[in-house]
Design a protein around this ligand. Structure first.
Ligand SMILES: [Zn+2]
Length: 426
C-alpha cells in the first residue's frame, strides 16, 4: 500500500468533525483507535508488533535469517495481545508519535509513523530486505497533552523520567496515568528505563512535518535537523480570594487574574528580549464564573531559547514579573518547573551520513535547528538520532490548519526509504 491510502486510513481517527482538528490523547478511546490502527498496519505487513513496558508501540521488520520466529521467553511485553519479540541488535528505528495536542493537526507525529510504514513498503517493492532489524516506533504521550510531561513515553524508555512520578501524574479530571493505563489494559508497574531495548538500537531517525517555514523559504521539500533548542514548562498558580464581581470594590479585591495577565505580557517581552519564544497556551481560572472574581488562576508557561543561559534569563524575567504583580495585588504565587529538556545536538556522524544519502541526487539538503521538542531529542541522549523535516508551506502547526502537500509527503517517504536502505539494507 502506498502512502496516500495508508494516510487516508488513519485520517478519521480522533478527528473533531466540527473543527477538523484532532483530539488524540493517550489512553483514551481515540488513542486506542490509533493503537489498533498501528497494530493492524503492522499485521497486514507481517511485521512483529508489540508494546514496550512504557506503552510505546513497536513494529519490527526482521532480516530474513534472524528473528522470523519469536524466541520463547524473549517477550519484553505480551500486552495488547502482541507476540513475543526482542529488539536488535543493531536495529535501525524510525517512527514518531500518534497523539496530538488539543485540536491538533493531522501531520504532527502521524506523518512520521505513516511515512515509516510507507518507506518499508517501498523498499520491499524494490526487492530489498534488511540486513539488520528495522523497527517502526510510535511513542506515547509525546505532546504531554493529557498528563503534562512532553515526550513521556520516550523519556521513560530512556531513563529520563521517574516511573513513580509518572504513575502519579494526573489529567485535568484528576485521573492518574497509572489508572488510565490500567483502564486501557496496560500494566503501569512495568514502566521505567529499558536498557535491553535501548542496547539493541543502532540509530533512531524520526521524520516530522516542519513546524516553521524555513524549507518553504529555501524551496526544499525535505530538510535535516541540526538540533533542538533547550525548552521547558513552568506552572504558575496565583491564589487570591473569590468574590462578587458586582459588589467588591476594586481596592478590596485580591484578583489572581490580574498578576496572571501581567505575567503573560511579561512572557512576550522576555521572549523578545532574549531572542527566544514564550507562550501561555493553557489557563485554568477557578471556579471560573463569569460574574465572580477567581479564587485561583493556574497558567502554564512554555519557554524556549537558542541557549540555556538565554532560556534561564527569559524564565527568570517572567517569574520576577509574576512575583512583583502578585505581591502588588495581594495574591499568593506558587511556581514549579514541570519539565525541562536541555539543548540537543543531533549525532553529527549520522546527520552527515543522511546528508550524503539525500544529497546524492544533486542539491544539498538544508540543515535546520528547531524550537520544538521531539522523541528523537530525548532518545539522542542514549542512541545516535537524526531527524528529517518535510516542508510545511504555511509553517502552521498544532492547529487544524497544519498542512503538507502530498508531493512533499511522498518526497519525505522517498527520503526516509533511501535512508533506511543505506542504514539497514546494505
Ligand atoms: Zn510531533
Amino acid at each position: 500500500m502506498g502512502f496516500p491510502a495508508l494516510w487516508e486510513s488513519l485520517l478519521p481517527l480522533g478527528r473533531d468533525n466540527g473543527t477538523g482538528g484532532y483530539q488524540r490523547f493517550s489512553w483514551t478511546p481515540a488513542g486506542a483507535a490509533c493503537r489498533s490502527w498501528f497494530r493492524d498496519v503492522a499485521a497486514e505487513r507481517g511485521l512483529r508488533a508489540g508494546t514496550d513496558r512504557n506503552g510505546n508501540l513497536w513494529a519490527w521488520w526482521d532480516p530474513p535469517a534472524a528473528g522470523a520466529v519469536p524466541e520463547p521467553g524473549a517477550a519484553l511485553s505480551a500486552q495488547d495481545g502482541a507476540p513475543a519479540w526482542s529488539p536488535g541488535p543493531g536495529a535501525i528505528v524510525t517512527g514518531s508519535h500518534l497523539d496530538s495536542v488539543p485540536d491538533g493537526g493531522a501531520f504532527d507525529g502521524p506523518l512520521g509513523v505513516v511515512s515509516a510504514f510507507a518507506a518499508i513498503d517501498a523498499l520491499r517493492e524494490r526487492g530489498h530486505s534488511p540486513r539488520r532489524p528495522v523497527a517502526v516506533a510510535a511513542f506515547t504521550e509525546e505532546e504531554g497533552a493529557r498528563f503534562g510531561v512532553a515526550c513521556l513515553g520516550s523519556r521513560l524508555l530512556a531513563g529520563k523520567a521517574d516511573p513513580a512520578k509518572a504513575r502519579a501524574l494526573t489529567d485535568r479530571d484528576g485521573v492518574t496515568l497509572a489508572d488510565a493505563m490500567t483502564a486501557a489494559g496496560h500494566d503501569p508497574d512495568t514502566m521505567g528505563p529499558d536498557e535491553t531495548l535501548l542496547a539493541g538500537i543502532a540509530a533512531y531517525v524520526e521524520l516530522h512535518i516542519e513546524q516553521g517555514r524555513a524549507l518553504g523559504d529555501l524551496g526544499a521539500e525535505v530538510g535535516l535537523a541540526s538540533g533542538i533548542w533547550p525548552h521547558g514548562r513552568w506552572r504558575l498558580a496565583f491564589t487570591g480570594r473569590a468574590d462578587h464581581a458586582g459588589t467588591t470594590r476594586l481596592a478590596d479585591r485580591h484578583d489572581p487574574m490580574l498578576p496572571c495577565a501581567a505575567a503573560i505580557l511579561a512572557a512576550r517581552d522576555a521572549a523578545a528580549g532574549h531572542e527566544g519564544l514564550a507562550t501561555v497556551g493553557k489557563l485554568i481560572p477557578e471556579p471560573g464564573g463569569v460574574n465572580g472574581i477567581s479564587s485561583r488562576v493556574t497558567a502554564w508557561l512554555d519557554a524556549r531559547a537558542p541557549e540555556e543561559s538565554r532560556l534561564n534569563a527569559l524564565v527568570g524575567q517572567v517569574l520576577a514579573a509574576a512575583r512583583a504583580a502578585a505581591s502588588a495585588h495581594g495574591v499568593d504565587l506558587d511556581t514549579s518547573q514541570e519539565s525541562f529538556t536541555p539543548a540537543v545536538e543531533f549525532h553529527v556522524g549520522l546527520r552527515d551520513r543522511l546528508a550524503g544519502v539525500l544529497g546524492a541526487g544533486g542539491a544539498a539538503t538544508p540543515v535546520l535547528g528547531t524550537g520544538a521538542g521531539h522523541d528523537a531529542g530525548v532518545l539522542a541522549a542514549r542512541v545516535p538520532a537524526a531527524m528529517l523535516f518535510v516542508r510545511n508551506p504555511s509553517g502552521v502547526s498544532h492547529s487544524p490548519a497544519e498542512h503538507a502537500d502530498q508531493a512533499d509527503c511522498l518526497a519525505g517517504v522517498a527520503a526516509l526509504a533511501a535512508v533506511l536502505e543505506d542504514l539497514a539494507c546494505r
